[in-house]
Design a binder for this molecule. Structure first.
Ligand SMILES: Nc1ncnc2c1ncn2[C@@H]1O[C@H](COP(=O)(O)OP(=O)(O)OP(=O)(O)O)[C@@H](O)[C@H]1O
Ligand SMILES: [Mg+2]
Length: 141
């Protein structure tokens, strides 16, 4: 198995930060590139396009300082990093992005920003593991 392109799914949570660091460590060892993908959920219930644009803009602003820090961390480790923000359903979008961009490995956390701590693994991680054809590495919190 040749791992050249790693996708790490980042929602800002501590768990996704841990997953990101694991992705960078792997990338150093494998001389791979890392893409950080953040998905902004779009409300299901008929918002106007203006509202959707506003949500995306706000999310981008919100994530910018975090992403900058991650980029610096990557640079320090000599890893080629890029960031992508997409809108949509997180699991579907992560899976589709990986397929469309020839990603060799998805790295994600077991937990995210959501609340149902009774579950061992969050619903997004669960769905990606269940439906992705791209191999997935899940990093425990
Ligand atoms: N919107 C997102 N964009 C990118 N990655 C995400 C997003 N949401 C979750 N992830 C990835 O999935 C991992 C697990 O998060 P998940 O959302 O499954 O757990 P949770 O938030 O605790 O539970 P739930 O969302 O089911 O309430 C995160 O560590 C992150 O890697
Ligand atoms: Mg979540």
């Amino acid at each position: 198995m040749n791992i050249r392109k790693i996708l790490t799914a980042f929602d800002g949570s501590a768990s996704s930060q841990k997953a990101f660091r694991a992705a960078v460590d792997l990338a150093v060892n494998l001389k791979a590139k890392v893409t950080i993908l953040t998905v902004v959920r779009v409300p299901d219930f008929s918002p106007s396009m203006d509202e959707v644009e506003e949500t995306i803009d706000e999310a981008e602003k919100h994530y910018q300082p975090f992403l900058r820090e991650l980029l610096e961390y990557g640079q320090k480790n000599g890893v080629e990093l890029s960031t992508v923000i997409k809108r949509g359903h997180p699991a579907e979008t992560i899976i589709k992005y990986a397929t469309d961009n020839g990603i060799d490995l998805i790295v994600m956390g077991t937990r995210g920003l959501g609340g149902f701590k009774k579950m061992v693994i969050g619903s997004i991680a669960q769905k990606v593991v269940s439906y992705s054809n791209t191999p997935v590495m899940v990093i425990r919190e």
